[in-house]
Design a protein around this ligand. Structure first.
Ligand code: 5AD
Ligand code: SF4
Length: 472
């Protein structure tokens, strides 16, 4: 486990909360709950990388409150659930897990349970938790992660349950972070989204775009590298519209981070095609440390559907961007998000999506069946597509993409790739796993002691979903 990285800049909103952390830690200490006796916390995370990064902040706050990490919710006295709302399935899963925590609270009424994230940043969902889940002590919205210590303190003191929507979309610098991995790090550079794609709940649950200052980000990158980070991912809902002031865009920010000394590599997630600039493509082409992987979600291959989605580009503009990218960075790995079954999607629209997959030849896609989200324009559009139709299209699309992925992966056969050893393989603990420049995991034999190091791996086998090789 990496150590907690403290930020140099601490906003007032956060310093008050750090005082609450001290108060809680003091209460635990007074009750002899320190060292081996310390109470434990468990953070359950659903959803995207932004949520994973937020959960590392929640864990940082829990540590500052004097809690130790639990390996299961059953042994925890503080349980925090970080929810996702991007599709209905994610909300259902979170509610089912929260339902299961009732027996933990029944066994030990002193357990504090709080729920945060995109699901409860919608009033209707926070109200539902308040009404139907009486053992949940509080909810907190996505911009109020830093307020968890006061909420916990209030619960520990037997205060009333709190279900607050702050609606204040600010950046709160200085929340301590307890990172899951020492060698791979998320680095949030901005929050929120201004794009209002018609299917997406995110602009409502994460508010308007706001960028952290370039100095704070570079400072955090410096600390991460000093602490052993070898793979840093810059995070934001649309990192291409990063605006650090004084003309610092995402390309300039990456140049500044790449100029830091150290053997590390830099990634970024996620990009909107309308904002992916020539400067960013050029940065990728020229900076050794930037991984040659571009996640550029197209969502649909039909111009009619892209318009209904409010994506603000058409397929020809998108393909032009892809052509530029491939020209500047010839071996780039391109990936995409695709939604199938958007309202009104005809067979012809869907054929357009298959067509764009064949034209772009993505290394990999993340594909989703459209899920109506109440409050978004698409949810009330006419002609919602029956689930059987979407599922059948989804299967056809996967079959095509698997064939393309197979062919794309074969290009690595015989190549030697510089790989950061990330972990032991999930399917075979005797094997190690890591990634090179492309997105596919690479499995190879090796000793656990290599985790966190760069090694050279010669690729000997390529399958649809992964590559295999041997260290040379
Ligand atoms: N239904 C299905 N997929 C969605 N996404 C966002 N909103 C929805 C929705 N309502 C997908 C998009 C986005 C990814 C993170 O999730 O493809 O890029
Ligand atoms: Fe959602 Fe579109 Fe913003 Fe991405 S760019 S978070 S899909 S609204």
């Amino acid at each position: 486990m990496a150590k907690i990285i403290e930020s140099k800049v601490i906003d007032t909103s956060v310093s008050t909360e750090l005082e609450a952390c001290e108060n809680i830690a003091h209460i635990h200490e007074k009750n002899g709950r320190i060292g081996e006796n310390a109470p434990k916390f468990f953070v359950q995370t659903f959803g995207c990388q932004q949520n994973e990064a937020d959960s590392e902040r929640l864990a940082g706050l829990c540590c500052a409150m004097g809690y130790e990490k639990a390996s299961s919710p059953e042994e925890a006295e503080l349980i925090l659930v970080n929810t996702c709302a991007v599709r209905e399935h994610a909300e259902k899963k979170a509610l089912s897990i929260i339902g299961q925590y009732k027996h933990i609270k029944d066994k030990n009424p002193a357990v504090v349970i709080g729920v945060g994230g995109c699901m409860v940043t919608q009033k209707s969902r926070a109200d539902k938790l308040k009404m139907s889940y009486p053992y949940v002590s509080f909810t907190f919205d996505t911009a109020a992660i830093h307020t968890v210590p006061s909420l916990v303190l209030n619960a520990l003191r037997g205060g009333s349950r709190k279900f607050i929507l702050s609606d204040e979309w600010k950046i709160n610098e200085g929340v301590p972070i307890h990172r899951e991995s020492k060698h791979m790090a998320w680095l949030s550079i901005m929050y929120g989204c201004n794009n209002f794609c018609s299917y997406c709940i995110v602009p409502y649950t994460r508010g308007r775009e706001r960028s952290r200052s370039a100095d704070s980000i570079v400072e955090e990158a410096k600390m991460l590298i000093a602490d052993g980070a070898k793979d840093i991912t810059l995070l934001g809902q649309n990192v291409n519209s990063y605006n650090g002031g004084d003309g610092v865009d995402i390309a300039e920010l990456m140049h500044r981070i790449c100029a830091l000394p150290g053997d590390f590599r830099l990634r970024f997630m996620t990009s909107h095609p309308k904002d992916a600039s020539d400067r960013l493509i050029e940065a990728m082409a020229t900076e050794e440390k930037i991984v040659r992987h571009f996640h550029l979600p197209v969502q649909s291959g039909s111009d009619r559907i892209l318009k209904l989605m409010n994506r603000k580009y058409d397929t020809s503009a998108y393909l032009e961007k892809i052509a530029k990218l491939r020209e500047a960075v010839p071996d780039v790995s391109i990936t995409s998000d695709i939604i199938v079954g958007f309202p009104g999607e005809t067979e012809e629209d869907f054929e357009g999506t298959l067509d764009i997959l064949s034209k772009v030849r993505y290394d990999m896609i993340f594909s989703f069946i459209y899920s109506p989200r109440s409050g978004t324009p698409a949810a009330s559009m006419e002609d919602q597509i029956p689930h059987e139709v979407s599922t059948a299209r989804f299967e056809r699309m996967l079959a095509l993409q698997n064939k393309i992925s197979d062919e794309r992966n074969e290009r690595f056969l015989g190549r030697t790739v510089r790989v950061l050893v990330e972990d032991t393989s999930k399917s075979n603990s005797g094997m190690l796993t890591g990634r090179g420049d492309a997105v596919r995991p690479i499995h190879f034999a090796g000793d656990r002691s290599m985790i966190g190091e760069f090694v050279n791996v010669k690729i000997t086998r390529a399958t649809t979903f992964c590559l295999e090789g041997e260290i040379i």
